[in-house]
Design a protein around this ligand. Structure first.
Ligand SMILES: [Zn+2]
Length: 263
């Protein structure tokens, strides 16, 4: 039985992803604010059963105390020493079970040093049961997280690992940054037809107040410049913009991330 996954909007542009099963049990990912989660639980008559955390930033953890006061549930997150409410400390290679579904933990440092992601490999059971990735602030639709604590090689490596996951993987990011990311992406990769098409379709979702997420890994591989640092046309455009020769994927990634930070 597949999980149902619902976005609970929080703050200006966060999504707290809720994973629920047919028995009405819920796990939430990165509850930065307890109030929208509580309201959603009450309205949908579901019971909180656990919490997953990707990294220590306040907009991903700020709701923990209030939710745990309401109902004490297990809290899984990175063993980085920053998050005192965790009772399951996770690291690379760990496997946890969420509502009967196995999730693998991958360390993806860069945005923060403690950043982890949760990957469910999916099942070939004939039902709609694709791989799932909860990637916090590492990978965004059409973009990637800012590098606050790590360095470009670290972030580049983390993103390369995510890019190697199956193309059918549903990608659940923690922010609705898609349109701004795609505007930047189009300037950097103007000849990419898949990107131009995506911009139209995502804009129409936002016009109807719908989330652009989840994405899929195959769509990211075709349209997200931070996963396309092997592309000669992207390389040519970015080299011209920074007036510098960028010989490796890492050099291109580093220049691209710097341009995005300045945009
Ligand atoms: Zn963050």
């Amino acid at each position: 039985m597949a999980l149902t996954i619902t976005p609970i909007p929080a703050f200006n542009d966060n999504y707290i992803w809720a994973l629920h099963n047919a028995e009405g049990q819920v796990y939430v990912v990165d509850p930065g604010d307890a109030n929208p989660v509580k309201a959603w639980l009450a309205q949908s008559r579901l019971t909180l059963a656990g919490i997953l955390i990707t990294h220590h930033h306040k907009d991903h953890t700020g709701g923990l105390d209030d939710l745990l006061a309401l109902v004490p549930v297990p809290v899984y997150g990175p063993a980085g020493g920053h998050i005192r409410q965790l009772d399951h400390l996770l690291q690379e290679g760990d496997r946890i079970t969420v509502l009967g579904h196995a999730f693998d933990v991958m360390e993806t440092p860069g945005h923060t040093l403690d950043h982890i992601v949760y990957f469910h490999p999916g099942q070939d059971d004939g039902a709609d049961h694709p791989p799932l990735l909860f990637c916090g602030d590492t990978l965004f639709a059409g973009g990637c997280g800012r590098i606050f604590e790590g360095d470009p090689p670290m972030m580049y490596n983390s993103l390369q690992r995510l890019a190697a996951l199956p193309g059918t993987t549903r990608v659940f990011c923690a922010h609705e940054y898609t349109l701004a990311n795609l505007a930047f992406a189009t300037a950097a990769d103007p000849d990419n037809d898949a990107l131009a098409q995506r911009q139209v379709s995502e804009r129409s979702k936002r016009d109807r107040q719908r989330p652009t997420l989840p994405s899929t890994m195959s769509l990211e591989l075709r349209t997200n410049p931070f996963l396309r640092c092997h592309s000669p046309s992207l390389q040519a455009t970015v080299q011209q913009r920074v007036s510098q020769k960028l010989d490796t994927g890492l050099e291109l990634f580093t220049a691209l991330r710097r341009l995005k930070d300045q945009s």
